[in-house]
Design a protein around this ligand. Structure first.
Ligand code: ADP
Ligand code: ZN
Length: 597
């Protein structure tokens, strides 16, 4: 990827250089030409006077350039450029031809098209055009060089990825096996008259294994894999995206049977608009993609897989029959899936005997395959730097945290005041949660800065749940606002440290109202996100006001509830905060002990 970007940058620089140089040449020529025009202006000749001179036999030669108002006349053996406005060129030419036939001695400069041409300066006046043509060819060539479709292997055996490297996703794999069969034996399907989907849309979050599964299809079928990212199609030169799409498919047709993989298809495939500039460029690219998808022959053994995290953004035309008419949702892995992914990525790594992948899987609900792979890789790095003989549970736990909240920054200088504020903030989250049934599974509370966060409260997440209840969401709001509430109660001040909590809480509250229909006043109605609510003619601006009020009410109620809990258990809040200041980190067990005393 990086290498490719480097290359493209280089081409871009060359392209800009060439363009600037040619533009300078063209500009120079135009200036020189203009100087000539200035001179001619001194020698204007009225049309009627010109006719009079011709009739009187004073003109010996006339040269005309197509599209030019300037003519060259020869008078008394002297050639002169004169600018004249010829109202009707055709009539003028006929007039001169008549004069010639009458025996007037006028020389005709005339080409086979029967147009007077000033041949002497022909090339000169065509020069800018020629340069523009050259420039155009150069751009086309560059574009060819910048061609980004990557054939990972013209020889199929090189895509070694197989389905057994893709953990979980059993049903999805089952669904995709028929594509593998089709790529292997297209004749069988064609003879049967079976229609195989040409385009398959893989929908899921980044890191859930969409690319991996696409590669595995190519690997299983032993066909080449051509991949391109939607964002790579979007270019600054109009028409380039479209031509890239065309080239990509041309290439695929040459090496078929094969797989085309378009990552981030939403970059080109989002809903068409009537806009101009970048948007219409986008439309062209999308249109080309549609043309290519429709242009497949029955016999062509090419499958186009596309990935997106935002299927709802895609232009509906993309999803019509014959295009991406099959959608496969690649969900976050469940408990078993996570265990399988961890197993796959533990291959070739050494672990202590007590390391239990199942329990890591239990602690990592909501993680993507990529994050799980990353955890094991990080744990191996941590184990190595610590000089361990094998990866220990501790190494893995730290790797989880590292992946979760970014690198631990022990040595970041934190002022005492900041530390106290963070301690109360985190203690606030933890204490409030402790008294909420759905939130009380505290795993760890810490005031060691990580990434951008000053501290964190980690919850146990070992339950794989499909649905979230209203109560759980309400209690989540309360625990999120517990941080801010504690700052206010204990220090009578509030800080910017709660900004993320507030953002998350507001999002949850507005989702409850607009997405999940959990608000009594509004009821089970699906509404657009609160940002553009007024766009909805249906409900009107009044609805926007009601949503705003309801969200605010929920947040206020939650904040008040958090304050109540903290006031009631202020002694515990102080103990937790002081313990944090002393130890910087408290485990779930230590935390619970504080409440049992
Ligand atoms: P996406 O294309 O959905 O963003 P990728 O396919 O690029 O995700 O996944 C990145 C990496 O994460 C893969 O190369 C693989 O190492 C790991 N990974 C993701 N999902 C899985 C899975 N289901 N099984 C095994 N590894 C996975
Ligand atoms: Zn917080």
């Amino acid at each position: 990827m990086d290498q490719n970007n480097e290359k493209n940058k280089k081409y871009l620089m060359i392209l800009i250089g060439v363009t600037v140089a040619l533009a300078l040449i063209v500009a120079t020529i135009i200036i020189v030409n203009n100087r000539n025009v200035d001179k001619q202006d001194e020698d204007k000749i009225a049309y009627t006077e010109l006719i009079k001179m011709i009739n009187e036999g004073q003109i010996e030669k006339i040269e005309m350039t197509v599209g030019s108002t300037s003519i060259k006349v020869k008078q008394n053996n002297v050639e002169k450029e004169k600018s004249a406005i010829i109202p009707n060129t055709q009539a003028f030419i006929e007039l001169i031809q008549e004069k010639v036939q009458e025996g007037n001695n006028i020389e005709l400069i005339q080409n086979q098209l029967n147009i007077f041409l000033k041949i002497s300066s022909g090339i000169y006046s065509w020069l800018p055009t020629i340069i523009l043509i050259i420039l155009f060819i150069v751009i086309l060539k560059m574009q060819g060089l910048g061609e980004k479709g990557k054939v990972y292997d013209a020889e199929a055996s090189k895509t070694k990825t197989k389905f057994n490297e893709v953990a979980g996703l059993d049903e999805e794999k089952q669904e995709l096996i028929e594509i593998v069969d089709f790529l292997k034996q297209p004749e069988k399907f064609n003879q049967m008259g079976a229609k195989i989907p040409r385009g398959v849309l893989l929908c899921g979050k980044p890191g859930t294994g969409k690319t991996l599964i696409a590669k595995a299809i190519a690997g299983e079928a032993a066909v080449p894999f051509i991949s391109m990212s939607g964002s790579e199609f979007i270019e600054m030169f109009a028409g380039l995206g479209a031509s890239r799409v065309r080239k990509l498919f041309e290439k695929a047709k040459k090496i078929a049977p094969c797989i085309i993989f378009i990552d981030e298809i939403d970059a080109i495939g989002s809903r068409r608009s009537s806009g101009n500039g970048a948007e219409s460029e986008n439309n062209q690219t999308l249109n080309q993609l549609l043309v290519e998808m429709d242009g497949f022959d029955r016999e062509e053994t090419i499958i186009v897989l596309a990935a997106t995290n935002r299927p709802e953004m895609l232009d509906k035309a993309l999803l019509r029959p014959g295009r991406f008419d099959r959608q496969i949702v690649i969900a976050l892995p469940d408990l078993n899936g996570r265990e399988d992914i961890l197993k796959i990525h533990s291959r070739g790594k050494r672990f202590n005997a007590d390391v239990n992948l199942r329990s890591i899987a239990e602690d990592t609900a909501g993680f993507t395959g990529a994050e799980l792979a990353n955890i094991l890789n990080e744990s191996a790095i941590i184990a190595t730097t610590r000089g361990h003989a094998a990866i220990s549970n501790g190494d893995i736990e730290d790797a989880v945290k590292k992946v979760m909240v970014g690198l631990e920054k022990h040595n970041r200088v934190v002022s005492e005041k900041d530390k106290k504020l963070t301690a109360y903030h985190e203690a606030g989250h933890a204490v409030v949660s402790r008294f909420l049934d759905t939130q009380k599974g505290i795993k760890e509370v810490s005031i060691i800065p990580r990434g951008v966060a000053g501290g964190y409260t980690m919850y146990k997440t070992n339950e794989d749940k499909f649905y979230t209840s209203k109560t759980e969401m309400e209690e989540k709001l309360i625990s999120l606002l517990g941080g801010r509430a504690a700052e206010k109660i204990a220090l009578n001040d509030i800080s910017t440290g709660a900004s993320n909590d507030i953002e998350v809480a507001t999002k949850i509250a507005s989702d409850m109202v607009t997405v999940y229909g959990m608000n009594d006043k509004i009821g089970p109605v699906s509404l657009p996100s609160t940002n553009n609510i007024s766009d909805i003619p249906f409900f009107g601006e009044n609805m926007a006001d009601v949503i705003g009020q309801e969200v605010k009410k929920m947040i206020d109620l939650s904040y008040n509830r958090a304050q109540e809990i903290l006031v009631q258990h202020i002694d515990k809040l102080h103990i937790v905060a002081e313990t944090l200041l002393e130890k910087e980190i408290i485990s779930g067990e230590e935390f619970n002990k504080i409440f049992e005393e």
